[in-house]
Each structure stands twice: as C-alpha cells, then as structure tokens.
Design a protein around this ligand. Structure first.
Ligand code: NDP
Length: 342
C-alpha cells in the first residue's frame, strides 16, 4: 500500500486522518514533538493489530530544514499530508507563536520533499477557511475557493487577534508560490476547513482532557456548566465535522481531479444556542449544565443582510463529501468528551 507522511500526528485533525488512512490500509509515518506522545499514538491507533504506523521526532516546525532528516530517512514515500501548525488562543508573540511555525513549517516540508523524496506524488496541506475569509462585516461577502484573505505579514504581526488567520493565509500563499517558482514533480492540494467540531482525537483517552484541541472547547465548556448562567456569544458562526475533514484529506490524496485545487470545507452556520439545544436533548444531567431559560436565549446568527454566503460545492463534487449534521456532530463530540472524563 502507498506510504503517507502525516506531520503533527498528535493533533485533532491529524489523528482522525491517520485513523482513516490506517483503516484504508495505508502505511503511515507521522511526526510528533514528544516521543512519549508518539509512542502512545502508535499504541492506541494500532491497538486492533498491525504495525503500519510509526513516528519520527520533529521538535519545532519553525526551524528551517525541520523536515530534512525525516524526509531523507523515510524512503519510498508516496504522499505527504502537512497538518502541523499552531492553533490556540494563547498568543504572546504573533510572529514566534504563529507566523513562523506556519510559514516556515510549510516551506520546510515542501523543500525537503523536492530535495530528497522524488517518489512523492502529491502533498496535501491543511490550510483553513481563515485563508479565505477576510472578516469584513460591511457587505456580506461570498466565499469560495477563489477568494483570499488579503491580510499581510505586517498586519498579522502587529495584532494578536489576527495572528492565527494571518499564519494560515501566509502559509498557504507560500505553498502555492513554492509550486509556481520551484516547479516540483509532485502536485499540491489544500484543504480549507471552517471551525472543526467532532469526536476528540482518537488517540486521547480518559484523563487526557487537558490535551483537548482548541475548536472543541466551546462544547466542553457547555457540558462542564461554564455557560450555565449565560451562553457566550457565538462569534465565528460556521463549522464542519472533523470526520468530514479527514475524509477530505484522504480523498485529496486519491482523487486525480483534486490536483492543484483548494477545497473549502464548510457544512453550514451554527450558533451556541443551536449547539446547546442539541446537548440539552441528550440527557437531563446535561440539560442541567445549561441555562435554565435556554428557550429564550438569543440565537445570535447575524441577519441575512450581514451574514457571509459560501459555496461548498467543490468539496461535494470533486471529493464526494457528504456533510455530517450538527446534531450528529455535537452528540458524538459530547459522547467522546464524557469518555475522556468531562
Ligand atoms: P491541534 O492543536 O490539535 O494540532 C496541531 C498540531 O500541530 C499538533 O500535533 C501540534 O503538536 C503541532 N504543532 C503545533 N506547533 C508546532 C511546532 N512549532 N512544531 C511542531 N509541531 C507543532 O490542532 P488541529 O488539529 O485543530 O489543527 C490542525 C491543522 O488544521 C492546523 O494547521 C490548523 O490551523 C488547521 N485548522 C484547524 C481548524 C479547527 O477548527 N480545528 C480549522 C481550520 C484549520 P503538539 O501536539 O506537540 O502540540
């Protein structure tokens, strides 16, 4: 079976991608920062037998040449899936915490493959809807794969609230620009998901709640009663399920027509009220963790004249994505969080 290198194997999206790749019989080599986490990842994801998963250490993707050794020492690679990039809300230094790891990580992996892995046919990079969405509320924009967030390095470097969005945009721009100038023998696909909910990373187990990924935190906080007095404002109001994101990554490796494309992955709009209503329907115990007057809580989706529009058509037509419903996604997320000890 083909061999895939997945960077950042300890991540939420990467964990689901690795699980699906192993289920389909691929050989997977992944990179992690911490050997203990790597050993646990391999043990958990190969629990049902087989030894098609192994890990290598890449301490910091922000270091130039970070992937050189791994790529050189992993012969006969067919595909690379680059997911490793910071995603958290604890920004101290936008450049060091976000821009450098995102951009240098992306260029380092592409350069390493071009220099040392001629067998690689395709690279899939986890970009983001943040690289498309330009955050304008003036007139509702229409978002599809033709749109780019116009943010610059300077803007992202000076504003902590823009650091993550800038990091994803500039990393993806660097990747396409590398393809234009270096003209490697492999081709490139990017996956641009909106906010991702869904069951926690499959390698996490009871007691691992501290390692929960950032985008599931609002669901965790709801079932922990942290929004019992009042639901927090929804803020960013579109989403996609992690299993759909993982399917998209795997199909992006396999579908010839995916070559050279970006894919916006976005199921629909949601609000915190809609998530809370699904949680409340699950059990009387969970209902108690939420505001008593949930029925009267504001459904704070912006009105149509202020809301952005989007098209996920390309992900459906080319990658065959069948989007998971909010109801299923939230229920499965909650179930997985309860299993982790929430
Ligand atoms: P996670 O935080 O779960 O995973 C991030 C991964 O990147 C982890 O494996 C982490 O390692 C690794 N990483 C971060 N910084 C470095 C570094 N400097 N050097 C080496 N490894 C590093 O996030 P997600 O799975 O949610 O995100 C994965 C990708 O998907 C990211 O590129 C993110 O931008 C993108 N994305 C995520 C969305 C979401 O809503 N979750 C939406 C759109 C895009 P460690 O475990 O050691 O910290």
């Amino acid at each position: 079976m083909p061999k895939v290198l997945v960077t950042g194997g300890t991540g939420f999206i990467a964990g689901h991608c690795i699980k699906q790749l192993l289920e389909k019989g691929y050989d997977v080599v992944t990179t992690v920062r911490d050997p203990e986490k790597g050993a646990k990842l391999v043990k958990t994801l190969t629990a049902s037998g087989g030894s098609k998963l192994s890990y290598q250490i890449v301490k910091d993707v922000a270091q130039k040449g970070a992937f050189d050794e791994v790529v050189k020492s992993t012969p006969n690679l067919d595909f690379v899936l680059h997911t490793a990039s910071p995603f958290h809300y604890n920004v101290q230094d936008p450049v060091k915490d976000f821009l450098e790891p995102a951009v240098t990580g992306t260029t380092s992996i592409l350069e390493a493959i071009k220099d040392s892995a001629p067998s690689v046919k395709r690279v899939v990079i986890t970009s983001s809807f943040a690289a498309i969405n330009h955050g304008s509320n003036k007139k509702p924009p229409f978002y599809d794969e033709s749109v780019w967030n116009p943010i610059t390095w300077e803007e992202a470097a000076q504003d902590k609230t823009k650091a993550y969005r800038g990091s994803k945009t500039l990393a993806e721009r660097a990747a396409w620009s590398f393809m234009d100038t270096a003209r490697p023998t492999f081709d490139l696909v990017t996956i641009n998901p909106s906010l991702v909910f869904g069951p926690a990373a499959p390698h996490l187990s009871s007691g691992d709640l501290d390692s929960l990924n950032t985008s599931n935190l609002r669901i965790l906080h709801m079932i922990q009663g942290k929004m019992k007095e009042k639901l927090e404002p929804t803020g960013f109001y579109s989403w996609v399920d992690v299993r759909d994101v993982a399917i998209a990554h795997v199909r992006a490796l396999e579908v010839p027509g995916a070559s050279g494309n970006r894919f916006l992955l976005l199921t629909d709009y949601y609000t915190n009220k809609r998530i809370a209503e699904v949680i409340a329907s699950m059990s009387p115990e969970l209902r108690k963790k939420l505001p008593a007057n949930l029925d009267e809580a504001e459904d704070d989706l912006p009105p149509p004249e202020e809301r952005y529009l989007f098209s996920n058509k390309q992900s459906i037509e080319v990658l065959g994505i069948e989007y998971t419903s909010l109801d299923k996604s939230v229920k499965d997320t909650v179930q997985s969080l309860l299993e982790l000890g929430a």
